[in-house]
Ligand binder design. Structure first.
Ligand code: NAP
Length: 484
């Protein structure tokens, strides 16, 4: 132990790492470092800067409870505004001084009761506890299509947007129809000569306008913060009772309502029957993460936009060739092909008790206890870990709940009530057995391909209500932990 007695490493300076730093400071823990691999903070909001980027969770719900923001300019915030918010929170709470930039952790080893962290530059230090705040949608996935590396124009992943690529008058291709692609296309369609959207799977789209929040309203929130709190509580309650409950099978009426709204959106807003048929999914609403947009259908019907739903055969220097032999000539190719949400802390090597690697512990699937801790990996905690509520949720609400829980476990360590805390195998097994059994009641397993499902067929999200998540993580059940 250090002079201060207790030393914590936080991995990642995204929104969750910043919130962790603030929680540590508030708990009086000053001896900590936030280790960030990049040279700036913000995580997903730093990495993503594509045209049209916004968050489809209401602005006043997508914020830290301890840092309400009266200044959101629209109901669903643009990405740059969220990045500015995260930066401001870090500055306002004076947490930036704990961030060590350009410090990627590549290895964490539990040795004699402490975690030894190291990276490319060598040793990063010894810590009593580690909180992994490495995000969920972080590792870009490029499509496994022959010839991708032979494309002659500009080709990049949506989360690595090449702002040097001139889109004006260009022929642009977008691979993918997830939330990202559906935001990019309307944002660029008026600027480019032509845009082709390469669709492998059609998506259900919920029609939601994004009105501005007028300055008078923002001024009112500044003067009456209690009204913001009331709005947050209202949004959270409504969301939890409707959509969040619907996808886990706890509110069939709400699911039916969202389903009808998506069907109506398609029927009312896509005029050509052939295009409408090609945009009609063959799986249930909510099975894949729901897309929210009032801009996509108008944009894909513009004369310079084309939906290409014939499968891609290969990529050639001049464009994308589909299996019908047609070459779609392109100057710019955007891979809006998503992320690997099942990596968690990997590719970091993590070695717990008795030399057990996380790779081995998770060989048959990622399993955590209540999403935050892993047997045999003492004093190592996860934010956004396996089976966190993810999808159409406010991730900030999720991590705040997990963080409050983790802080209670840290307190046990700090008070010396235990030197090592890890969930027991029995409790973790029982939790995961219940979790897997409960997945059958969710809409995610009703027959679609989605990033929620890993290569072992396990669903990555939380199969119960958000209220249950909050209840389960309110207080640690100490009997479930192996404390030494
Ligand atoms: P995604 O939802 O995983 O979508 C990836 C798309 O790429 C899918 O349409 C997929 O097709 C397609 N694809 C992948 N490999 C392909 C291949 N080899 N050939 C053809 N198509 C291929 O990724 P995303 O759109 O980046 O979104 C990821 C998540 O980020 C979202 O679900 C959401 O949680 C988050 N996000 C949130 C917001 C927000 O507003 N809050 C905005 C953007 C992103 P298939 O469907 O057939 O697999």
């Amino acid at each position: 132990m250090t002079e201060s007695g207790f030393r914590v490493a936080v991995i990642g300076a995204g929104a969750s790492g910043i919130a962790t730093g603030i929680a540590l400071m508030r708990a009086g823990i000053e001896d900590f470092a936030i280790l960030e691999k990049a040279s700036d903070l913000g995580g997903t909001w730093r990495d993503n800067s594509y045209p049209g980027l916004s968050c489809d969770v209401p602005s006043h719900l997508y914020r830290f409870s301890f840092a309400p923001n009266p200044d959101w300019t629209s109901h669903y915030s643009p990405g740059a505004e969220i990045q500015a918010y995260v930066r401001k929170v870090a500055r306002d709470f004076d947490v930036e001084r704990y961030i060590r930039y350009d410090s990627e952790v590549t290895r964490a080893v539990f040795e004699k009761g402490r975690w030894r962290l190291s990276g490319a530059q060598g040793e990063l230090g010894l810590f009593d506890a580690v909180i992994s705040a490495t995000g969920v949608l972080h590792h870009p996935v490029y499509p496994d299509i022959a010839g991708l590396d032979r494309f002659a124009g500009s080709c990049f992943h949506s989360s690595r947007w090449d702002h040097g690529a001139d889109l004006r008058g260009a022929r642009v291709g977008i691979i993918g129809t997830g939330s990202t692609a559906i935001q990019i296309l309307p944002a660029i369609v008026d600027e480019v000569a032509h845009v082709s959207l390469f669709q492998r799977t059609a998506q259900w789209i919920f029609d939601l306008p994004n009105p501005e929040i007028p300055e008078e309203k923002r001024a009112r929130f500044r003067d009456h913060p209690e009204e913001m709190d009331a709005l947050y509580a209202h949004l959270a309650a409504r969301f939890n009772a409707t959509f969040a409950a619907a996808v886990v099978g706890e509110n069939q009426a709400a699911l039916a309502e969202v389903t009808q709204a998506c069907k109506d959106n398609l029927a009312n807003n896509v005029h050509d029957p052939d295009l409408r048929a090609r945009l009609t999914p063959d799986y249930r609403v909510g099975c894949k993460r729901l897309i929210v947009s009032d801009r996509f259908y108008p944009a894909i019907q513009k004369p310079n936009a084309a939906l290409v739903d014939t499968a891609i055969d290969r990529i050639e220097p001049g464009g994308v060739r589909t299996v019908d032999g047609i070459l779609h000539p392109l100057d710019v190719l955007v891979c809006a092909t998503g992320f690997d949400p099942h990596a968690f802390v990997r590719p970091m090597t993590v070695i717990g008790r008795d030399g057990l690697s996380l790779e081995r512990a998770w060989a048959e699937g990622n399993e955590a206890y209540r999403s935050v801790a892993i047997p045999d990996f003492p004093n190592f905690f996860l934010l956004g870990g396996p089976n966190s509520p993810i999808g159409n949720f406010s991730f900030l609400m999720t991590i705040e709940t997990q963080l409050a829980y983790v802080m209670q476990l840290l307190e046990l360590l700090r008070q010396g009530r235990a030197r090592e805390v890890a969930p027991s195998h029995a409790a973790t097994r029982a939790f995961n057995a219940e979790l897997k059994a409960s997945m059958s009641g969710t809409v995610w397993v009703t027959g679609c391909r989605s990033w929620y499902i890993d290569r072992n067929g396990n669903v990555a999200s939380w199969p119960w209500t958000f209220e249950r998540f909050q209840a389960d993580l309110e207080r640690p059940v100490l009997a479930d932990f192996d404390m030494r």
